[in-house]
Design a protein around this ligand. Structure first.
Ligand SMILES: C[S@@+](CC[C@H](N)C(=O)[O-])C[C@H]1O[C@@H](n2cnc3c(N)ncnc32)[C@H](O)[C@@H]1O
Length: 209
């Protein structure tokens, strides 16, 4: 609905949580079990929180884990204790969203934000390029959003259709084995939370099937 560039919408920092405490707890637990505790992680559409577990944050403070955030608001990113560095970039307007990123990320995260990406295939293809073979992407999805900034199709679909659409985003941008994981289902009064995840194929040297 709002066709203006995203920098206007995100000028002022929002030091709020976009999912409730139950969803955050489920996400932290998932991250603790699935994210590498060494190496490099790219947190797309990052803000003042990344919802990493205390163990992951400890790995960051011990410099065993490097976490690069990319987002729109400098003050939010500066406040994010899970990040080791950050880049302020509008991922919707640049020609190559990952230009200048050091390749070899071991994992990629993106929390409740893929719905704001207007060129998801280009973005996810570029992210695939800079991810190490065997690296996994985790797109966390709930059912709240800034409706004026979400892509139009998001608002026309129900939850299942959105998850499948995001799985398609990953598949058609080169990621393998897309999977939808339910961390908290709809129902009750708490926020639902799903992860759409996929992996960058390891180079077997045998060509692609
Ligand atoms: C709903 S918030 C989620 C923030 C954070 N991932 C979290 O879980 O709290 C949406 C985030 O997407 C980022 N974002 C929105 N549009 C963007 C764009 N075009 N390029 C880069 N980041 C964007 C904003 O900076 C904002 O932090």
């Amino acid at each position: 609905m709002d066709e203006s560039t995203d920098d206007q919408f995100y000028t002022s920092p929002r030091f709020v949580n976009h999912i409730d405490d139950y969803a955050i707890a489920a996400l932290k637990n998932y991250y603790e079990q699935t994210l590498p505790h060494r190496g490099r992680i790219l947190d797309l559409c990052s803000s003042w929180v990344s919802h990493f577990s205390p163990e992951l944050d400890e790995a960051v403070s011990k410099k065993e884990l490097q976490v690069t955030g990319v987002g729109m608001n400098k003050r939010e990113l500066e406040a994010n204790q899970s990040l080791t560095d950050f880049i302020v970039r509008d991922l919707n307007t640049v020609d190559n969203p990952c230009q200048g990123f050091k390749p070899g990320y071991d994992a990629v995260t993106c929390v409740v934000s893929i719905d704001y990406m207007t060129k998801p295939l280009e973005l996810l293809r570029a992210v695939h390029e800079v991810t190490a073979p065997g690296g996994r992407i985790h797109l966390a999805i709930s059912n709240r959003c800034f409706p004026t900034k979400a892509v139009g199709r998001w608002l026309k679909l129900d939850e299942d259709q959105r998850l499948n659409m995001v799985g398609d985003y990953l598949w058609f941008s080169g990621w393998k084995d897309p999977e939808i994981i339910t961390l908290k289902d709809v129902g009750g009064w708490t926020d639902p939370l799903w992860i759409v995840t996929a992996v960058k194929a390891k180079d077997t040297g045998k060509g692609e099937l």
